[in-house]
Design a protein around this ligand. Structure first.
Ligand SMILES: [Zn+2]
Length: 244
């Protein structure tokens, strides 16, 4: 049973294959464990499918079967490091080969990419949002500390719904790096929550998620969860009902 005390006291072990709490040593957490962490932080929740349970009204007014605010968890360095180790274990299971560097989409995935780079013993490259784009959708990579020619780079994302920012960041790495680089055929994703679960990306890379849930949103009038009899509630004031 996870508690805030455990979450604040847990540490990644030196070999990055276990976690430590006081004088205990545990396995790395499972995806279900980390979903529990999200619930404790009121940072993530997924509808159980049971119409007796409530579902969420989003900020936009739409109704949804899931919600994640990953930074609420990743803002704790000990938990971010453990999440990084969990993602590396998944990437290795998926056949992660040698990489020369990692990068994450700005700004939300940069610290997580940094932890993964450190645990893999490689450099972390830091793309930025293009200051000339008021929408913050375009990315740039400054050439003053480039990746050497032929480097294999691993993309890391904290949360993926559509992968638009992942694509924009890869484009920035290619455009901004003065030497040609290639990309690992897999992309590490902490929380994959697309409306339809597809792992293959248009550029041929494959998403390797740690947590994965199909999450969708609907206009209230078209909401299938309301139609099935589930109650729609605002997460902020009804968290206990959602996370029950
Ligand atoms: Zn609804």
């Amino acid at each position: 049973m996870w508690t805030m005390e455990k979450l604040m006291g847990i540490r990644l072990s030196h070999d990055a294959r276990r976690v430590e709490f006081k004088d205990e040593v545990w396995r790395l957490p499972s995806p279900d464990d980390v979903l529990e962490w999200f619930k404790l932080f009121r940072a993530g929740w997924v509808y159980s499918g049971d119409p007796a349970r409530a579902h969420a009204i989003l900020h936009s007014g739409k109704h949804s079967n899931g919600f994640f605010l990953v930074k609420r968890l990743l803002s704790f360095g000990n938990l971010r490091e453990i999440a990084a180790a969990c993602m590396i274990a998944e990437l290795r299971k998926a056949g992660l080969g040698k990489v020369d560097g990692v990068y994450g989409s700005p700004y939300s995935s940069i610290l997580l990419a940094g932890d993964i780079g450190r645990l893999l013993g490689v450099k972390t490259f830091v793309p930025e949002k293009d200051p000339s784009d008021p929408k913050g959708k375009k990315m740039i990579f400054k050439p003053d500390d480039p990746a050497p020619e032929g480097s294999v780079l691993l993309g890391i994302e904290e949360l993926v719904t559509t992968f638009d920012s992942g694509e924009a960041t890869k484009a920035a790495m290619i455009a901004g790096n003065p030497y040609p680089v290639t990309f690992a055929p897999i992309v590490g994703v902490l929380v994959h929550r697309p409306p339809e679960i597809v792992h293959a990306l248009p550029d041929g890379r494959v998403i390797v998620p740690f947590i994965e849930r199909q999450v969708d949103a609907w206009d209230p009038a078209q909401c299938p969860l309301c139609a099935a009899g589930s109650k729609a509630v605002l997460p902020k004031t009804n968290w206990a009902e959602l996370a029950a």
